[in-house]
Write a protein that binds this ligand. Structure first.
Ligand code: 3LM
Length: 407
């Protein structure tokens, strides 16, 4: 793709893409090419496309014009040369990792990861002669000590799901690069509007597009972005031949619709989450709040440095035990008890028994995922209504049990 229009603002590119081509029939939006295959005018044309000697679409597991429209748009938002779309976030992560790892290689992964990513590394890749090394990537010395000639990839989320730990993207990427390893960042929590890891030195970003990029809780999808060579390798190896985790054109259309309001939604998610986090922090029944917009957040300075805004995700612990926490969750009326995040609807879940149940209790303890942690994805409803619901559930809890600061 060409980057000739990258001088236009984020919102303009999210709406129009980079490439101001008139669509067929003058349609405002790119058409849906609901076609698995594409015909060849002549036999020789097909041979030339398969040999990579001629551009064009021939089969939608490899490329499709509707997906290409999304990929070009998304690449420009991440500041990347190229992007790729996938059937799910896990489809993106597995396709990228399968492409760059072989038996005998090592991958360094941060100690806090989304549950299924953790399972893919520890229960999946580890069965194929790939060594997974868990490192606390907030500790640069630990990374220096663990990285070796065998390290192909350094992988992390920032903020991490579910406990909001941040990783210094520029510092980690610089060390990885010095040792010839690629840095891969899961940018799901931020989206390119709040954080652009490639500009900070990372090589590849991956996303669950199911979350903020789609934004309405009605699709499952993934994205990746990086340089042309890396994305071509992922397209032709990991995606085409190893996972086949291809996005459907209808989903690409829904994500392009989501992208048009991404900046507006992220600003609103951030502003509402900031209000909710401050009020939770001041509430006597709340023991701890982990939110990058709070001055009390341990990595507040890093958040200011690498994120445009604090985002819509809050992790917190109540001043009660697990049954108290579940009582509070059960009392909520507006806020829905559900996994996933980044939707217009506010969602709450309990990571230890839901998204991070792929870890054993010992692993959760080792990896910094507390069993009493709750995770709130602050949606786009009126913020006072979100708070009223939380306050009501906390009030019910305080009537049921006496809070104890030592709990
Ligand atoms: C969740 N997360 O509730 P999909 N990377 C990150 C993620 O949070 C996720 C993925 C990748 C949740 C899903 S849990 C059963 C529901 C940081 C997903 C994977 O394949 O699109 O779900 O993305 O935390």
């Amino acid at each position: 793709m060409t980057n000739q229009h990258t001088k236009t603002g984020f919102s303009t590119r999210a709406i129009h893409g980079n490439n101001h081509v008139r669509q067929p029939e003058g349609a405002l939006n790119p058409p849906l090419y609901m076609s698995s295959t594409f015909t060849f005018e002549k036999t020789e044309d097909g041979a030339a496309m398969f040999a990579g000697e001629r551009p064009g679409h021939f089969y939608s597991r490899v490329s499709n014009p509707t997906l290409l429209a999304l990929e070009e748009r998304f690449a420009s938002l991440e500041g990347a040369e190229a992007a790729l779309s996938f059937a799910s976030g896990m489809g993106a992560i597995t396709s990228v990792l399968w492409t760059f790892l072989s038996a005998g290689d090592e991958i360094i992964a941060d100690k806090t990861l989304y549950g299924c990513t953790f399972a893919f590394l520890h229960h999946g890749l580890s069965r194929f002669g790939i060594k997974i090394i868990d490192v606390d990537l907030t500790d640069i010395n630990a990374l220096e000590a663990a990285i070796s000639q065998k390290t192909r990839l350094v992988y992390f989320e920032s903020p991490a799901n579910p406990n909001m730990r941040l990783v210094d993207i520029a510092a980690v990427s610089a060390i990885a690069r010095k040792h010839g390893a690629k840095t891969i960042v899961d940018n799901t929590y931020c989206t390119p509007y709040l954080q652009q890891p490639l500009k900070l030195g990372a090589d590849i970003v991956v996303h669950s597009a199911t979350k903020y990029l789609g934004g309405h809780g009605d699709l499952i999808a993934g994205m990746a972005a990086g340089n042309n060579d890396d994305m071509l390798r992922v397209r032709t190896e990991g995606l085409k031949d190893m996972t086949g985790a291809v996005m459907t054109p209808l989903t690409a259309h829904q994500i392009m619709r989501g992208l048009k309001t991404l900046d507006l939604r992220m600003d609103r998610h951030s502003a509402s989450a900031q209000t909710i986090a401050e009020r939770l922090e001041a509430h006597p029944l709340v023991r701890e709040v982990y939110y990058p917009g709070l001055k009390s957040f341990a990595q507040y300075d890093l958040a200011k440095r690498q994120m445009r805004g604090p985002g819509g995700m809050i992790a917190f612990e109540l001043n009660t035990d697990l049954s108290g926490a579940s009582c509070m969750m059960n009392a909520l009326e507006l806020i829905k008890r559900a996994v996933s995040l980044g939707d217009a609807d506010t969602l709450i879940q309990h990571p230890a028994s839901m998204t991070h149940a792929t870890y054993t209790p010992e692993e959760r303890a080792r990896h910094g995922i507390s069993d009493t942690l709750l995770r709130l994805s602050v949606g786009l409803e009126s913020v006072e209504d979100i708070w009223t619901d939380l306050e009501m559930a906390l009030r019910l809890l305080s009537h049921q049990r006496q809070p104890s600061k030592a709990a």
